[in-house]
Design a protein around this ligand. Sequence first.
Ligand code: ZN
Length: 293
Amino acid sequence: MKTTFLALILVAALAAPANAQGFSADIKEIRQVSATIPGAHALRINVVKFAESRRTKNFSIKGAPMEPSIQARTAFQVVYPDGTVMIDSGMDLQVHKFFGRGVEEPYFQDDESAVEAALKKAKLIVMTHEHGDHVAGVVRGPLADELAPKSVLTRTQIQTLLTNPQMPEIKLTPDMAKRYIVVDYEKYMPLAPGLTLIKSPGHTPGSQMIYVALQSGKEYLFAGDVAWHMDGVRQIRGKDAPWITEDEPAMTAELTWLNSLTKSEPNLTIVVSHDEELRLQYIRAGLLGGRFE
Ligand SMILES: [Zn+2]
């Protein structure tokens, strides 16, 4: 009797969904999911940097030298023939100041205004995760009411913003939370032609990566803040920032997967949100446009 009971527990554990035991993802499955929504794929993707943090590199990559490193704060515009989808939503000056912790850091008001114009124009807005530099544009300020009904937040992102927001400025009330398109999914979710959400908790509970396949066949993976610098992916090394708490095993699994993709998928461009060197390199290479349209 006892043995049968133990066996049942074992079977139940084995049958648990893969992502209940940590992160896993498969690029072939993601491509299949991305092909499920009919319609023309996107033509190109643009990036805008609206602020910077000046932190030494050792915070972004454990063991890296304490040399100066610019962290770009960015948002992305996916351009379809008949409209745009925004990835992340910028932030106002007050939220920017939270990140500086008393140190004045560069904030580019003209570029933030370009982000706001692009958000107003977008058909859909989706977030890599629920931190202030990614969601503030759709949760606070004069535009939030207008943008919320076309903004997709996951159930987990909403939950964090209700109960444990990164800063008081982005805390949602239950009434505010009702304004968004709230989604929940197991592992992947197709959101637009060629565009798929990939559940990736770790940096935050509501973190997700976003895969985009263009008409040209070029592929992109927006990894959000899984790494703050691409060296984190290249070296499979996490951050060393005492002010954040991450799920370490999940982070290692995500970095390991991204690293394997850099070797096996030469056609796939991995974009980490805050790597300024990578942003400039991708613009120079024509992989990302440097302004919104
Ligand atoms: Zn961030």
